[in-house]
Design a protein around this ligand. Structure first.
Ligand code: GLC
Length: 747
C-alpha cells in the first residue's frame, strides 16, 4: 500500500503584512512592563470600574477585560486605556457569546442538528453584531470539542461527535462572528476552544483527565481545530484538561509543535479561566511562578482571570528563565488581533452604527434555526402505528399541554446564556396558543415545579385532562442548569418523576406527543412505547415556542438530524457511529440477550463478539437520524470512477425522491469506509452532506464533488496521508445506512 503525502502545513497568514508591521512597530516602543501588561485579562467588576482596575489600566497592566457588557463602562475602560496610558493600547473585551447575545439561538448541539452551515453562520453573525453593540469585541466561541459522552454537561455547547460535521459548522461560526473583515462594525474575534481533547474527559466528569493516543487525537479531536485555523479564527483557548499527563495549558507538544510548527498558526492563544494557576493543582508545577513559566514556554499568550503572569514574568525574565524575545512574540500575537479588530483606529462603540437588538430579522433567524434544529425521533400511534403528527388544527378541539418545560422562557434558552432574557422568549405554550387558532382550546398543567421534581400529586389531574382532549403534548426534559460547564450526570434518564408521569398518562387512549427540551441526549428507551411521537428540541432558544408549534401543526416538516448518537442505556457510553471494527464486530447472530442466555450455557456458546449481554449493540438512535413528515427514498447511488488515481477528483451522485405530498428538506449524507489502513479505520466516516428541499412527489439528483485528499487520515507514522486500496461508500438518510458502492484508490 503506497500513499501520497497530503500537505498538512498551513500556509496562508492570519494577518496582512500591514497588520504585522504595525504590531511590530508598536512592540519596538514598548517597555518590558508594558509588554507584560499585555499578557493579562482581568475579570470585570460588573458595570463599574473600581479604582484598582482603573489604576491597573493606567499603569498598562491590563490587556483585556472579560465579562463587561455595560456599554458606558466598556467605552470608559477603552478611554482609560487609550487616553491615560503612554502608548494608548486599546483593550480586548471578551465575553462568552456562545449561541446568541440577546436573541438566543438553539444551544450549539441543537444548531449542529440543523446540519446547516448557512444557519449556523447567520446565528453567529447576529450574535456578534448584538454583542458588539455593548462594546464586546471577542467571543470565546466556537466550542469545537468532539463530544461522544452525553454524561458530560458540555456536550450541550459542542457540535457533536463527528469531526467532519464539526469542522464544517465551526468554519461557518468563525465566518459568522468575524465576517471577512475583523475591523468591520459588528465583527468580533472568535476563539477555537478548548484546545484540545476536552470532550474525552473520563466518565464524562468535567475537567477530568483525558488520555487520547496521538493517532486518535489527530484523526478525531484535532481536525475541527485545524479547520478553525484554516478558517482564520483569531484566537485559540487552551483547555483546562490534563492531556496524556500534560495539561493542555502547559502542553508544548500541543501549543507549539502542532499549533505553531505544523499548522503555522499566528493568532493569539488565551488560557481558560485560571487554567494557568490550575497547573499547580494538576501537579504539573510547584508554584504560580512555575505555572507562569510552563504556560508561557508552552505557548499561552494571555492569562485569563488569574495573575501568574503579571506577578511572575518579570522575575522569570530577570532570572533568564524566559527570554524577553519569547515575551515579544506573545505580545505580538495579542497586538496583531487588536490591530486587525481596528481598535487602534477606533476603540469606542457607537451602538447606532449597529442593528437593533432582538430585531425582527434576528428573531426570524432564531426561529428558523430552532425549527430546523428539532429532530423527529418517532411518529407512530402506539395503538395503530399511524402517524400522530402533524396535528390537524381543523380536526382538533382540545389540546392538553403538560409538563414543567412547557411554559418556561428561561429554561428553553439553555446553558451559556449570560445576556439572554427570558422575557423575550416565546414559550412552548405561548407558541402553541399563537398558532393553534381560536377554535382550539388549550389547557396547561405543569404537573411538576421543576424537571427534577418527584412530587406526583398532580398525576391524576394530568390523566383526567389527558382523557378529555384530542391530543396531549408533554413538554419534558432537563432544565438548562443540568447541562453546560461542570454540570455532568452519571445517568442520563429524564430527571425526577417524568418517566413515571409518562407511564401514568399512557393509560389514556389519547394520542400523546412528547417534546423533549434538554442539553444532551437522554436515555428514552423506557418510554418509547408509552408515547406516540417524540420531537427532540434541545434547548431551542428565544423563539423555540414558535418553532416547535410550527412543526407540531405541520406548517413545516421536521428536518433536523442527530449530531450525536443516542445511547439505549448509559452503560453503552461511549457509543458513536465512526467506531473501529474490532476483530470481533457485533452481529445480530452474535447477540444473545441476557434473558435468553441458557442456564449453564457453555463458555463459548453465546457468540464471541464486541457486544453487551444486556443491551443491543446499536444506539437507540444513530448519528444523522431524524424523521420527516415526508417520505424520502434514495436510489442510483453512483461514483464517477470505480478506480481513482491518488490526487484526482471524483463525483458521487444519488437520486432522492420525496414520495409524499409534503414539501420537506432532507439532509443527504455521504459516508465512506477505508477497508484497510496502516492503522485501523472507522467502519464509516461522514465525508459529505447536503441539506436540500425536495418538493412533494418529486426527485432531486444530488452530486458530491469529491477528491482523494478528502480520504486523508493520520497514518501509522501520524502523518497525514491518503493510502491506496479498497473503499466502500454509501449515501443515505443517516449513519446506519449500508455502504454498498465499492471503489479503489490507485497510484
Ligand atoms: C469557562 C469555560 C470557557 C469560558 C471561560 C470564560 O470556565 O471553560 O469555555 O470561555 O471560562 O468564561
Amino acid at each position: 500500500m503506497s500513499n501520497s503525502h497530503s500537505s498538512n502545513s498551513y500556509t496562508s497568514n492570519l494577518y496582512s503584512p500591514d497588520i504585522i508591521n504595525q504590531a511590530k512597530q508598536l512592540l519596538s516602543k514598548m517597555t518590558l512592563d508594558e509588554k507584560l501588561g499585555q499578557l493579562s485579562q482581568i475579570s470585570s467588576a460588573g458595570a463599574h470600574i473600581p479604582h484598582d482596575l482603573a489604576d491597573a489600566i493606567r499603569q498598562g497592566r491590563v490587556s483585556s477585560v472579560i465579562n463587561e457588557v455595560d456599554l458606558a463602562t466598556n467605552n470608559e475602560l477603552q478611554r482609560l486605556a487609550v487616553e491615560e496610558t503612554r502608548l494608548g493600547i486599546p483593550l480586548l473585551i471578551g465575553r462568552d457569546v456562545i449561541h446568541g447575545f440577546k436573541t438566543i439561538f438553539p444551544i450549539p448541539l441543537g444548531q449542529a442538528a440543523t446540519w446547516s452551515p448557512e444557519i449556523v453562520e447567520k446565528g453567529s453573525r447576529i450574535a456578534g453584531e448584538e454583542s458588539a453593540t455593548v462594546g464586546v469585541n471577542w467571543t470565546f466561541a466556537p466550542m469545537i470539542d468532539i463530544a461522544r459522552d452525553p454524561r458530560w454537561g458540555r456536550i450541550a455547547e459542542s457540535l457533536g461527535e463527528d469531526p467532519y460535521l464539526c469542522s464544517v459548522l465551526c468554519a461557518a461560526m468563525v465566518k459568522g462572528f468575524q465576517t471577512n473583515d475583523l475591523s468591520s462594525p459588528g465583527s468580533i474575534a472568535s476563539c477555537a476552544k478548548h484546545f484540545a481533547g476536552y470532550g474525552a474527559s473520563e466518565s464524562g466528569r468535567d475537567y477530568n483527565t483525558t488520555n487520547i493516543p496521538e493517532n486518535e487525537l489527530r484523526n478525531v479531536y484535532l481536525p475541527p481545530f485545524h479547520q478553525a485555523a484554516k478558517a482564520g479564527v483569531a484566537s485559540f483557548m487552551a483547555s483546562f484538561s490534563d492531556l496524556n499527563g500534560v495539561p493542555a495549558t502547559g502542553n508544548q507538544w500541543l501549543l507549539k509543535q502542532v499549533l505553531r510548527d505544523e499548522w503555522n498558526y499566528q493568532g493569539l492563544v488565551v488560557s481558560d479561566w485560571e487554567s494557568i494557576k490550575e497547573l499547580q493543582v494538576h501537579g504539573l508545577s510547584a508554584s504560580e511562578k512555575d505555572s507562569a513559566y510552563l504556560a508561557a514556554t508552552a505557548g499561552v499568550d494571555m492569562e485569563m482571570a488569574s495573575s501568574c503572569y503579571i506577578d511572575n514574568m518579570a522575575a522569570l525574565i530577570a532570572e533568564n528563565q524566559i527570554e524577553e524575545t519569547e515575551v515579544d512574540q506573545m505580545v505580538l500575537n495579542i497586538l496583531q488581533m487588536k490591530f486587525a479588530l481596528g481598535l487602534f483606529e477606533n476603540a469606542f462603540t457607537e451602538p447606532s452604527a449597529l442593528p437593533e437588538l432582538l430585531n425582527a430579522k434576528n428573531l426570524e433567524a432564531a426561529k428558523e434555526a430552532a425549527q430546523k434544529s428539532c429532530v423527529l425521533l418517532q411518529n407512530k400511534s402506539r395503538h395503530d402505528d399511524s402517524p400522530v403528527l402533524p396535528i390537524n388544527r381543523g380536526a382538533t378541539n382540545r389540546i392538553a399541554v403538560i409538563g414543567p418545560m412547557a411554559h418556561d422562557g428561561y429554561e428553553q434558552l439553555g446553558t451559556w446564556v449570560f445576556d439572554g432574557d427570558e422575557k423575550h422568549s416565546v414559550t412552548c405554550l405561548d407558541g402553541l396558543i399563537a398558532l393553534a387558532g381560536k377554535s382550539v382550546e388549550i389547557e396547561f398543567e405543569p404537573v411538576f415545579s421543576t424537571s427534577r421534581d418527584r412530587n406526583i400529586q398532580n398525576f391524576e389531574k394530568a390523566l383526567e385532562l389527558t382523557n378529555n382532549v384530542d391530543v396531549a403534548i408533554l413538554y419534558l426534559g432537563e432544565e438548562s442548569i443540568l447541562s453546560g460547564e461542570a454540570h455532568c450526570r452519571s445517568t442520563i434518564d429524564l430527571p425526577g418523576a417524568q418517566v413515571e408521569l409518562i407511564e401514568h398518562l399512557s393509560q389514556s387512549n389519547t394520542p400523546i406527543v412528547l417534546v423533549v427540551l434538554a442539553g444532551r441526549p437522554l436515555t428514552l428507551q423506557p418510554i418509547l412505547d408509552k408515547v406516540d411521537s417524540i420531537l427532540y428540541a434541545w434547548h431551542p432558544g428565544t423563539m423555540g415556542g414558535v418553532a416547535i408549534a410550527e412543526l407540531l401543526f405541520g406548517d413545516a416538516s421536521p428536518s433536523g438530524k442527530l449530531p450525536v448518537s443516542f445511547p439505549r442505556v448509559v452503560g453503552q457510553i461511549p457509543i458513536y457511529y465512526a467506531q473501529k471494527n474490532s476483530g470481533r464486530p457485533p452481529t445480530e447472530e452474535s447477540f444473545v440477550f441476557i434473558d435468553d442466555v441458557p442456564v449453564r450455557a457453555a463458555q463459548t456458546s453465546l457468540g464471541m463478539a464486541a457486544t453487551h449481554l444486556d443491551t443491543h449493540f446499536s444506539p437507540l438512535y444513530p448519528f444523522g437520524y431524524g424523521l420527516s413528515y415526508a417520505e424520502f427514498e434514495y436510489s442510483h447511488v453512483n461514483i464517477s470512477q470505480h478506480e481513482i488515481k491518488l490526487g484526482c477528483a471524483f463525483v458521487v451522485t444519488v437520486t432522492v425522491e420525496n414520495k409524499s405530498d409534503v414539501d420537506a428538506e432532507e439532509i443527504v449524507q455521504l459516508y465512506v469506509r477505508d477497508l484497510v489502513g496502516s492503522v485501523t479505520r472507522p467502519v464509516k466516516e461522514l465525508k459529505g452532506f447536503k441539506r436540500l428541499l425536495v418538493k412533494a412527489n418529486s426527485s432531486v439528483d444530488v452530486a458530491f464533488e469529491m477528491h482523494t485528499d478528502d480520504l486523508a487520515f493520520y497514518d501509522i507514522r501520524n502523518q497525514l496521508n491518503v493510502e491506496t486500496g479498497d473503499f466502500l461508500l454509501g449515501v443515505g438518510a443517516n449513519s446506519s445506512l449500508e455502504l454498498n458502492v465499492p471503489f479503489k484508490l490507485v497510484n
